[in-house]
Ligand binder design. Structure first.
Ligand code: FE
Ligand code: FE
Ligand code: ZN
Length: 296
């Protein structure tokens, strides 16, 4: 049933309402899932938890019957857990990740999305080993049961985790593999060269190589660039190279019924497009020119 669709978007967390505001924002789009950063994505400074109106936000979720299993945190993207040749960065990365895992648990969320990092010239194989070592350090110290969802990457620069095989190797190399899963980003895998226009085949391949039981969250984005472009530039639903039909099929795919689908599509004229995108995906009906009213 379309009504059960687990879908939402990334939402902000700003003064004065912080998490209560994030929850209200998600509800205002008609979301049944959402994702947020526990602070600015580009740095590791974090406001103390007691200032973030977490209890108020969680109370509203409870009142609305919103399942916290469908809430996702995204780790800040300055960290790089795969960079062996940057020990300074690694220390900050591990400290930040441990802190983020604990913060995720404090919000009542069960998973955090992590970019696996960049090899910075050392090659993917070495980077994956470094990543797994660091994840083991982090996961033996954080004291939570929050799961890390390794995000599939577009292959920009020296990103690792750009094919299902490498993601599988990451999961297998880490000793705490039970605390790891995967975040499948449709824009990223399209940009990495996968054919998202055939969701059945894409999910079959994912299942064969990684296993669908390891999939924790889907990032549902259109892409500004052609398949295999390695660019990572998100586009609004139905306006990119993937297109509405395929993304709608993903959103409503029976194999993904229990997986939260999160939109990270761009704002239009500083306005969030998510109410419209969510409604179209839920109704399985594209509204030609839906973006026009934002541009007016
Ligand atoms: Fe991401
Ligand atoms: Fe993403
Ligand atoms: Zn991206």
């Amino acid at each position: 049933m379309a009504k059960d669709l687990l879908i939402g978007s990334h939402v902000g967390m700003n003064a004065p309402d912080y998490y209560l505001g994030s929850v209200k924002e998600a509800l205002s789009y008609g979301s049944t899932a959402f994702m947020f950063y526990t602070g600015a994505p580009q740095n590791s400074y974090r406001k103390p938890l007691n200032e973030l109106k977490i209890e108020e936000g969680r109370a509203l979720l409870k009142e609305q019957g919103f399942d916290e299993n469908h809430i996702v945190v995204h780790a800040p993207y300055i960290i790089n857990p795969a960079s062996k040749n940057r020990p300074d960065l690694l220390e900050l990365t591990n400290k930040t990740l441990i802190n983020e895992l604990r913060r995720t648990a404090a919000f009542g969320a069960k998973m955090i999305v992590l970019h696996p990092g960049n090899h910075l010239g050392l090659g993917a194989e070495e980077a994956i080993k470094t990543l797994a070592e660091n994840l083991d350090i982090v996961l033996s110290q954080d004291g939570t049961d929050v799961k890390i969802a390794i995000e599939t990457m577009a292959g920009k620069g020296s990103e690792i985790g750009t094919c299902f095989e490498d993601v599988k190797t990451i999961l297998d190399t880490c000793k705490h593999t039970d605390r790891l899963g995967v975040c499948l980003d449709t824009c990223h895998v399209h940009d990495a060269g996968y054919n998202v226009n055939n969701p059945d085949e894409l999910l079959a391949e994912f299942d064969q190589i990684i296993g669908l039981n390891r999939l924790l969250v889907v990032h549902l984005n259109d892409s500004k660039n052609i398949r295999g472009a390695h660019k990572d530039r998100h586009e609004n639903i139905g306006y990119g190279e993937i297109g509405f039909e395929a993304l709608c099929k993903m959103a409503n795919h029976p194999l993904l019924r229990n997986i939260p689908k999160i939109l990270e599509t761009p704002y239009i004229n500083e306005k969030a497009p998510y109410s419209d995108e969510i409604r179209m995906l839920r109704d399985e009906k594209f509204i030609e020119g839906w973006k026009d009213k934002y541009l007016a």
